[in-house]
Design a protein around this ligand. Structure first.
Ligand code: IPE
Ligand code: IPE
Ligand code: MG
Length: 237
């Protein structure tokens, strides 16, 4: 029996630097090619009928990279948001950002806020960009919110806490894909991915195709999710 489609897919888009290095190109060229790839995957997610696609574009830890690389990544982001907005609107895509937005350059914060507002009534795919994002940081910011609102211990439960996270209102992530052969989460969706299925591939992000994305979804559909219960086949006996 096939599991139904994942409602929420998260992607750790890794391997841009190695892709460029293998070709004797500067790392930033890998980021440029990676950004192009992102468009195909967003399109495929929408065609398949995925509800939420969360793309890990820049982690909190990535701020420690060389200034030039960080600046190019910010420029790319600004460029894509301003040039792709018409396309997002046309396709009914709702854009949302998770992460510590106060650390981002002011003009990027503005473009993000404008894009979120302009696309807020989109009824299609919800496209979440994890930017300046760290799962631990998101949890700590949520705890701070709870304390500043004066919530008492009795008022706190998992559902309520989830509403204090950046992903408030989104379904938990069902499938996390990571490219480039690394098998770790690197601080991505720590709370939301508690029962996520994981798909790792050696493919570097700029080479990750629509076909492989669809393959990852099919692979997910063949898995048996248990959430800590007995296997469905045993349940029948
Ligand atoms: C992922 O590619 C993109 C970001 C982290 C912004 P990398 O830049 O991490 O590529 P590798 O891991 O060095 O190959
Ligand atoms: C994770 O990749 C972050 C993104 C893809 C945006 P990294 O390349 O930063 O992760 P590590 O350093 O290999 O764990
Ligand atoms: Mg990397």
């Amino acid at each position: 029996m096939l599991t139904s489609l994942p409602r929420h897919i998260g992607v750790i888009m890794d391997g841009n630097g190695r892709w460029a290095q293998l070709r004797g190109l500067p790392r930033v060229e890998g980021h440029r090619r990676g950004a192009e790839r992102t468009k195909d995957i967003i399109k495929a997610a929408q065609e398949v009928g995925i509800e939420v696609l969360t793309l890990y574009a820049f982690s909190l830890e990535n701020w420690q990279r060389p200034e030039e690389e960080v600046a190019t990544l910010m420029e790319l982001l600004h460029f894509y948001l301003t040039t792709e907005i018409a396309d997002l609107l046309g396709k009914g895509i709702r854009f949302r950002m998770i992460g510590d937005r106060e650390k981002l350059p002011f003009e990027i914060q503005q473009v993000i806020a404008d894009t979120e507002e302009m696309t807020s009534s989109g009824k299609g795919l919800t496209l979440v960009t994890a930017l300046s994002y760290g799962g631990r940081d998101e949890i700590v910011r949520a705890v701070r919110k709870a304390l500043s609102r004066g919530l008492s211990p009795d008022e706190m439960d998992e559902e309520g806490f989830g509403m204090l996270l950046d992903t408030a209102g989104l379904p938990p992530v069902d499938l996390i894909i990571r490219t480039s052969g690394e098998k770790r989460l690197s601080n991505f969706l720590l709370w939301q991915g508690a029962y996520a299925e994981l798909y790792f591939t050696e493919t570097l992000w700029p080479d990750f195709s629509k076909e492989e994305f669809l393959f990852a979804i099919q692979d997910y559909q063949r898995r048996e999710r248990r959430f800590g219960t007995v296997t469905p086949s045993l349940r029948l006996q």
